[in-house]
Structure formats: C-alpha cells, structure tokens
Design a binder for this molecule. Structure first.
Ligand SMILES: Nc1ncnc2c1ncn2[C@@H]1O[C@H](COP(=O)(O)OP(=O)(O)O)[C@@H](O)[C@H]1O
Ligand SMILES: [Mg+2]
Length: 143
C-alpha cells in the first residue's frame, strides 16, 4: 500500500492509523534516506499509543525506549542504526532479547546496515521525500 503525505501532521495521522494495527511483538523496519520522514512516522505512532513526552531521534543514543500504557503493548523501542559503527556496539545494547517480546513493538531506522542481526520484520515501511514537499510512504505488511 502506497500513500503520499503533504505535512508532518499527515504523516503522523497515517502513523496513528497504522498504530491501531499493532498488538505487541511486531518488528517494523523503516527504509529511506535521511529526511524521508522515518522519525516523524515513529513519533506519530508513539503519540497515538499515548506516549506524551517528546520523541527525539535516537541517532546518537541508537535506541530510545518509550513506556506505553495499552492493553497489550508495554514498551516501544525506537532504534536508529545510522551512526552505529560496529555490530559489537549493537550486541552491547542486548536488543535481540527484547525484540519480538509480546509486550514490545520495535521500530528500526536503517535496518539494512545490520540486516543479519534482526528477525524477519512484520512490516517494512519505505519512505521517500518527493519534490514539492511531498513524502511517499509505502507499507509492506508481512504479517
Ligand atoms: N509529509 C511529510 N512527512 C514527514 N516529514 C515531512 C513531511 N513534510 C516535511 N517533512 C519534514 O521532513 C523532515 C523529515 O525528517 P525525519 O522524520 O527526521 O526523517 P528521517 O528520520 O527519515 O531522517 C522533517 O524536517 C519534517 O518536518
Ligand atoms: Mg530518523
């Protein structure tokens, strides 16, 4: 399914709609260049799941964790591998044991940089910034 949005708010509204399909245990990959809207989309999901603190890009922290109040989702992981240099840094974060837990939903920016480390995704989002301020968001649902 492919969508075109024209503002942050439209992207976040699409993300909120997507958030309603989550139950916990999902691993979501976000593909697309810098500035294509990956973090904006994740921000929309976190807000829709009731997380009210500001959602910042985890590009320097690598992983941010958001506590979620929801019947089946307890936490959201927001991972950005862009600045990660070595797979050993990733092992240090011990993400593997958290991914696919029933109460966790994981969003991973730049998954292809360390593809082998991650399980098969539930959903792959591919984002593209288009001319004229439009952003394309393709949702490939593998569930
Ligand atoms: N329709 C849109 N959807 C998402 N972001 C948009 C849109 N229009 C403009 N933008 C801007 O594009 C940038 C996207 O940045 P960000 O979400 O951090 O991307 P990424 O995480 O892919 O690097 C932001 O500055 C945002 O305000
Ligand atoms: Mg980002």
């Amino acid at each position: 399914m492919s969508h075109t949005t024209h503002s942050d708010e439209e992207t976040k509204a699409l993300a909120a709609e997507f958030a309603r399909t989550l139950h916990g245990g999902e691993v979501v990959f976000l593909e697309g260049d810098l500035g294509s809207g990956k973090t904006t989309f994740v921000r929309g999901v976190a807000e829709a799941l009731g997380f009210s603190d500001p959602v910042r890009s985890p590009s320097f922290t690598i992983v941010n964790r958001y506590v979620i109040q929801h019947p089946t989702i307890k936490q959201m992981l927001h991972v950005d591998l862009y600045r990660l240099k070595d797979v050993s840094e990733l092992s240090a974060l011990a993400l593997e044991e958290e991914l696919e837990r029933p109460g966790t939903v994981a969003f991973i920016e730049w998954p292809s940089l360390f593809r082998d480390v991650f399980p098969t995704p539930s959903v792959v989002l591919t984002l593209t910034a288009l001319p004229a301020g439009e952003h394309k968001i393709e949702i490939q649902d593998l569930r």
